[in-house]
Design a protein around this ligand. Structure first.
Ligand code: NAG
Ligand code: NAG
Ligand code: NAG
Length: 477
């Protein structure tokens, strides 16, 4: 390890992990050298341009229809045809075709078919099509198998942040890699989808922050280097042009890694908190990941929600002036109104953040530096109706959930009218929205291990839907 000898006498000697990281960074600077597989420095075969042929029948209500993934499964449109590059497993495609058929049948009969007792049956107005969703979830539990690539070392791979604002990233990697995870495929040939278990947040923390503050291209290279290694070593990426592969990241910069090489990542499923449609996030292919601020000691969130008759704050927000939308909210409302309580800093000695949220009827969730806000999950958790103030934000689980039934959207241009808009909502409508919030709560709750219909299952279901909508040649129904 000649690369590390120069730092042997320095303070880094106390931090073996940092020495290792420095070594890896040095390696990265050496050109065509792979971080994840040092022995594999040969040149890569060029990636064939992905050809997703749009279906001939048009979507029933435009490509922006957020339920389009469910419509596709429902047979309203045929799955995308993907040029077959390499013979993929017909058995996998057959399995997916059966799942599609079951979902269509459930839509037709408005009922479900299951081999086991269903502990929860999604019903009610918060679902776009509860029958399609229910059956699709049943099929996912029954069939969906994911291969997580084994290559790579911690802390950049197989590991991620478990706490705080990006915590969902590490929790997801941890859950899917946990030994008992029922979704893991015994062999890659049995997998419907492939997980790239790289943590963008850890790359930023271990590579960018200590050494490369000035250049984000190292983040991009570290990630695409990993993908190139597994794509070169195994046939699966080439077999689908990446269309059955996915990544999961909550970091603001995660979209950078795939935007850098649109040819290579043209079909890749990106599961992102930063789901900004104006920046190329495509809800038909990408998956919005809920941002969830994981508490420091336990993933269980204390429910501070008060009964409805004790909710005496019309609207609540507290947070820094991050990004232009929050600046607008603070400029207009900060410490100024008893009904719309907006604070940059909570008054010392007073009630806590979660207590105030639990006492509010509406919780303002403006975008920060990026579109997502952890306040959406927090608000739902305490029975407060999220008020979404954003631009181009693709909301989580929009394929199956009808957000209009449990949230309010206020356009950025109408921030000054927040009070008038919220006061104008009739009591009956407020009660319906609040009931909707309570109905979707389980979908925004994190459990370890995961439970049916919880946040992890919902994210997985979003991936499952996108996988169902891509036929990799061969059989199709
Ligand atoms: C719906 O399906 C379940 C399970 O297959 C069955 O027990 C139930 O009777 C069905 N309900 C209706 C209304 O057909
Ligand atoms: C960042 O690195 C890339 C390649 O390593 C280089 O082309 C680019 O000029 C660098 N940018 C800055 C701002 O240093
Ligand atoms: C979404 O992306 C657009 C285009 O880059 C950007 O102008 C906007 O600020 C982003 N939204 C948020 C809330 O950051």
């Amino acid at each position: 390890m000649s690369g590390s000898s120069s730092v042997e006498d320095g303070p880094f000697v106390w931090f073996p992990a940092l020495v290792l990281c420095l070594f890896m960074v040095l390696c990265l600077c050496l050109g065509p050298f792979s971080l994840f597989n040092a022995g594999l420095a040969r040149r890569l075969v060029p990636y064939r341009h992905a050809t997703l042929t749009p279906s001939t029948s048009s979507l029933p209500d435009g490509p922006d229809n957020p339920s389009s993934n469910l419509n596709m499964v429902a047979g309203l449109v045929t799955p995308h045809e993907l040029t077959k590059v390499k013979s993929s497993s017909d058995r996998i495609e057959e399995d997916l075709a059966e799942a599609r058929a079951m979902i269509r049948e459930a839509i037709r009969t408005r009922n479900y078919t299951s081999d086991r007792d269903e502990v929860f049956v999604p019903r009610g107005r918060v679902y776009r099509n509860p029958y399609a969703f229910h059956q699709s979830h049943i099929e996912m539990i029954k069939r969906f198998k994911i291969w997580t690539y084994r290559e790579g070392e911690r802390p950049l791979v197989h590991n991620g942040p478990m706490k705080d604002i990006y915590g969902i990233e590490g929790q997801f990697i941890g859950e899917i890699e946990s030994p008992g995870c029922p979704f893991s495929a015994p062999t890659p040939d049995e997998a419907h989808a492939f997980f790239i278990p790289v943590s963008i947040t850890n790359i930023v923390q271990y590579i960018y922050e200590p050494y490369m503050m000035s250049n984000k291209s190292k983040i991009i290279h570290t990630f695409s280097d990993y993908v190139k290694v597994v794509a070169d070593k195994h046939p699966y990426w080439r077999g689908s042009n990446g269309a059955d592969h996915f990544m999961v990241s909550c970091h603001d910069w995660a979209p950078l890694v795939s935007e850098a090489d649109p040819n290579m990542f043209g079909n890749f499923i990106r599961v992102l908190c930063n789901a900004n449609k104006t920046e190329g996030f495509d809800p038909r292919r990408d998956v919005p990941l809920p941002e969830f601020k994981v508490p420091p000691r336990t993933i269980d969130v204390v429910d501070t929600g008060r009964p409805l008759d004790e909710r005496n704050i019309l609207a609540f927000f507290a947070g820094g002036a991050h990004g232009y939308i929050r600046k607008l909210v603070l400029n207009q409302w900060k410490d100024r109104d008893d009904d719309v309580q907006v604070h940059e800093y909570l008054p010392p000695g007073g009630e806590g953040y979660m207590q105030l949220m639990g006492r509010a009827r509406f919780c303002l969730c403006p975008s920060g530096y990026e579109v997502a806000s952890p306040r959406i999950v927090e608000a739902i958790g305490v029975g407060c109706i999220p008020v979404i103030i954003s631009d181009g934000y693709a909301l989580p689980f929009e394929d199956v959930l009808d957000w209009a039934k449990f949230s309010v959207r206020i356009h950025v241009g109408r921030i000054r009218d927040i009070k008038t808009i919220l006061q104008a909502i009739p009591r009956e409508k407020y009660l319906r929205l609040q009931k909707g919030v309570m109905a979707v709560k389980r979908h925004f709750t994190l459990n370890r291990p995961a439970k049916p219909y919880d946040m992890f299952h919902m994210v997985l279901h979003s991936i499952w839907l996108r996988r169902l909508n891509v036929g990799l040649g061969g059989l199709q129904v």
